[in-house]
Design a protein around this ligand. Structure first.
Ligand code: SF4
Length: 157
């Protein structure tokens, strides 16, 4: 389903291989205007300690990559819903980038909470470190017209 939905990479992994750290939130807090203004971003998204506990309560995950930042969250949510229907009732989606469904995020009055999910990095995951550790492609400084690798995650069971 992920590949049919446009993912260029989809790999089953152990949640143990997802690297969490205290520092990613600093990239948000002092590097992104959406900090505090988007429900899928810090400080609303789970902090790294909570994310670690969530990851540790699963035994299987799927990491995937899409070339378009806006494509990862709807795809992760769609596949996660299907996994729930298939009996993987714990399945959780982590998308790519902040939620952009509304022109301006109404943090406390979100009209579509079931259609959005935080990204891994919003939850204190060191995405580059994780991806490098898995031997997957990553470019920390892509050329302007180079295809992107935007990574999302589905915790399965
Ligand atoms: S659906 Fe709208 S209000 Fe809800 S998180 Fe996304 S942008 Fe914010």
């Amino acid at each position: 389903m992920l590949r049919e939905g446009g993912a260029t990479i989809a790999r089953v992994i152990s949640p143990d291989s997802i690297v969490t750290a205290p520092w990613p939130v600093m990239k948000c807090r002092y590097g992104c205007p959406r900090y505090g203004h988007n429900r899928s971003c810090p400080p609303f998204a789970p902090a790294w300690q909570e994310m670690r506990a969530i990851l540790d309560s699963f035994s299987e995950a799927i990491i995937f990559s899409v070339p378009d930042m806006s494509a990862g969250t709807p795809l992760a949510i769609k596949v996660t819903r299907e996994a729930c229907r298939d009996g993987y009732y714990k399945a959780l989606a982590f998308g790519t980038g902040p939620c952009t469904l509304c022109e301006e995020c109404r943090v406390g009055e979100c009209p579509r909470p079931y259609d959005t999910a935080p990204s891994m990095e919003a939850c204190g995951v060191d995405v580059f470190g994780t991806v490098r550790g898995l031997g997957l492609p990553v470019d920390t400084s892509p050329a302007p017209d180079a295809p992107l690798n935007c990574y999302g995650l589905i915790l399965v069971h």
